[in-house]
Design a protein around this ligand. Structure first.
Ligand SMILES: NC(=O)c1ccc[n+]([C@@H]2O[C@H](COP(=O)([O-])OP(=O)(O)OC[C@H]3O[C@@H](n4cnc5c(N)ncnc54)[C@H](O)[C@@H]3O)[C@@H](O)[C@H]2O)c1
Length: 361
């Protein structure tokens, strides 16, 4: 199969779909085109790619036109859609429910789209979403503390306790993969962490891991979220329901109970955001203030650590890319029901039930 790796063009997006090491594995049986400078910003030179068996092409259009399987990181931007057609299979994050207009335009190209974020595993986990969720969860504490600093428009607090000054509170709403990393970072920074989830099993499991020191486990509903966020300097939203638009678990009205200068990090923004007042932001301009609360809503948080993120992503995606390239997509999804769950669109039609529901509501 011919596999193409375009350079990402989203704001501050230096991750790359294939590392030179992955190219080395795939190029034994397949032809790989990599766009010029696709990995340059993270130290993967064109020479590295060539040494591992890739051919470098200058223009994005040549990559898309010449390749059957396109391996990317982020959903195509409108200017990338024009290169796509029913001849291509796209393997990348798609987050179709997060931006419905983009989604409809992408579907209209006729491209076959397999989305990392809906590929499943036997235990119900999401193996291709998880590595980026782990990274976003860790980053949420870093940026949360940064924007709590007074010069950065925040409340002016340090999360951990200092001698006789008590620790501050952090609330994590949605305690899956991203939320769990945020909890770990919150605890290690010395904050008191409120963990909110709709799943009691999840809360029990986390209590088993993290104990009860400096941490509270709370079944999530509107009242319990309002109560927890009224006491928190930092609130992290990390809910996810596979393929669906994120439920708005924090409404504009609920923000009135928060202290001015408190910080919200809406990790779920790539699925439309779990906070009513959220709107997508970029690494260049990551925050805005609404209801006197700082909102951080960057849709590609792992783009801040593109080297770590590209290595982690490739570790997870490579076996699936090999399977698609070796067998062809049709055979690969026949053999692997979990990869089949990644199929979001083909020939101008949505092929995933939750995504279909999200796009039609
Ligand atoms: N912004 C970014 O750059 C970035 C990067 C990576 C992941 N993400 C996003 O982060 C989100 C979380 O991903 P994940 O891998 O941690 O998901 P996950 O499936 O592991 O966890 C989601 C959790 O949300 C809980 N949940 C669902 N509905 C809820 C509700 N109404 N109230 C409270 N909890 C609820 C679930 O029980 C689950 O524990 C996803 O939307 C993902 O796309 C964003």
């Amino acid at each position: 199969m011919i596999i193409g790796v375009p350079k990402e063009i989203k704001n501050n997006e230096c991750r790359v779909g294939l590392t030179p090491k992955s190219v080395n594995v795939l190029s034994k049986n397949h032809k790989i085109y990599v766009q010029k400078d696709a990995g340059k910003a993270i130290g993967f030179t064109d020479q590295d790619y060539q040494d591992n068996g890739a051919e470098i092409l200058g223009a994005a259009s040549d990559i898309y036109e010449g390749s059957e399987l396109i391996v990317k990181v982020k959903e195509p931007l409108p200017e990338e859609n024009e290169f796509l057609s029913s001849k291509n299979t796209l393997f990348t994050y798609l987050h179709l429910a997060g931006n419905k207009e983009n989604a409809r335009n992408l579907i209209a190209t006729g491209v076959t789209g397999v989305a990392y974020e809906t590929v499943t595993a036997d235990d119900g986990s999401l193996p291709l979403l998880a590595p980026m969720s782990k990274i976003a969860g860790q980053i949420s504490l870093v940026v949360g503390q940064y924007f709590l600093l007074k010069p950065n428009k925040g409340l002016g607090t340090l999360l951990g306790a200092i001698e006789n000054v008590s620790a501050r509170e952090v609330s994590v709403v949605g305690a899956g993969v991203a939320g769990t990393e945020a909890i770990k970072k919150g605890l290690s920074s010395g904050a008191h962490v409120n963990v909110l989830d709709i799943s009691q099993d999840k809360l029990d499991e986390l209590q088993h891991s993290f104990g009860t020191d400096n941490i509270s486990y709370i079944l999530s509903n509107t009242d319990s979220i309002s109560e927890a966020i009224s006491r928190s300097d930092l609130v992290i939203g990390s809910v996810y329901v596979v393929g669906k638009e994120a439920p708005k678990v924090i409404t504009k009205d609920m923000l009135k109970v928060m202290n001015p200068g408190s910080v919200l990090v809406d990790i779920s923004i790539d699925q439309g955001g779990c906070i009513e007042t959220s709107r997508p932001t970029t690494h260049d301009d990551p925050i805005f203030i609404e209801e006197e609360v700082v909102h951080y809503c960057v849709t590609n948080m792992p783009g801040a650590v593109p080297l770590t993120a590209s290595l982690a992503l490739n570790q997870a995606t490579l076996p699936y890319i090999e399977k698609i390239a070796d067998l062809g997509l049709n055979q690969a999804i026949k053999q692997d029901e979990h990869l089949a769950n990644g199929l979001n669109m083909a020939n101008g039609e949505v092929k995933h039930d939750s995504v279909n529901t999200a796009l039609n509501t």
